[in-house]
Design a protein around this ligand. Sequence first.
Ligand code: NAI
Length: 456
Amino acid sequence: MENFDLIVIGGGPAGYLAAERAGHAGLKTLVIEKRAFGGVCLNEGCVPSKTFLNSAKVLDYANHAANYGVKVEGKNSIDQKFVVERKNGVVKMLVNGVKATLKRNHVNIKEGEAYIEGKVEGGYSIKVGEEKFVGARLIISTGSMPVVPPIPGLRENLETGVVLTNREILDLTEIPKKLVVIGGGVIGLEMASYFSSVGSEVTVVEMLNKIAGPTEAEISSILQKTLEKKGVKFCLGCKVTGVEKDGVIFEKDGKTEKVPADKILCSIGRRAVTQGFGLENIGVNLERGAIVTDDCMRTNVANVYATGDVNGKVMLAHTAYRESEVAVNNILGKKDRMRYNVIPSVIYTNPEVGSVGETEESAKAKGLDVKTVNIPLTYSGRYIAENTDLSGICKLVVNKKTNTLIGAHIIGSYSGEYIVAVSAMIDLEVDIENIKKLVFPHPTVCEIVREAIFQI
Ligand code: NAI
């Protein structure tokens, strides 16, 4: 039995970053992972889906090459087997990178399933197979898994491989002729964007009357129209009531319809993983299936922290990174608190969406007095030079009282990359007059933010 200052359960973005920071700060740290370092993000989520989407972008460009004066001979098509192999190569490289970084920071790595046995002298006893470890503190970063609701036929067809989750769809080596996506959220839209680009007939069945959940309404409407132009069909306000091996049954306005499918993606959200590893043995509080944490990432149990999807707050890898830093800083006795109001989010469809902070609607609901500005991305020279679909927009939300930015919502190329600049302006509460004095490189698409600022 070996003692550690900190044991981290889970080696996804939350877990590996916590371990890395703790090891770097000199804590004797052990991180335990049962499946693959890098977690869902690196192995079957953020990163692999981006390799897919980049292949689709290359194909989209090739198909529209003539618009840019480029002659491409013959018919362009996707080699899906190659796309999957390339994705596996990218994942392997990054997973090895995570392990190497952990080792460089003197973190002990254990591959296996952790089980919390209970409180013992000196901390908490953790079992991995036959081995036992004691951690003076624990960080729980066990992540999340796809929600599979009790819709008739869903589970059975998941077992036969007709229904897929984010995990299986990223290993598909053949393009389905007809793909039905249940849920028009982030995963559903990214996969709809990819599979429509590479030749599937895609239908998205979404319960709400808009796609992309909390995304600003006009942006989600532009995204929907752009995807429709690519051939994606949307059934909005449609509740899925059944799944069969050749299609999805849904209800709309009291009527039942069926949309045919060869493959079905189930992407209706994720839930925290809190069962099966002994959390109950130390009495950690859960609420709606997720671990309850305060803004220092502490649970109700002394010296036990929870970071990443398992606390159910904002299920994004970059939120997890920051939460883990907050947890480790608190362990080290440094003051640090998690704030959730300036977390950027990106949808990597083509075109991509970058947003951060309040929408006009959410700001007004909070009683804030706001001004908004909404300009087309065609104010940017680089945007026009590089695109033929010119439907992108940039919306900013300003708090009149403080004269600071509180929200930005952009659809168009690179928005996912430069949204962080706006996040910084919001986070640091920079006065609009001071933002006007910042110099942006020209010509760039991010100049749109400067243009919009001057129109406030
Ligand atoms: P989501 O919560 O984004 O979207 C789920 C959608 O399914 C919602 O619009 C909901 O109204 C709909 N829905 C629920 N039940 C339904 C039913 N019976 N019939 C039809 N529609 C139904 O969940 P998603 O897309 O599965 O993503 C899971 C998590 O992964 C999210 O927290 C997301 O933020 C994260 N993620 C983030 C990405 C990014 O940042 N680019 C990429 C992929 C995932």
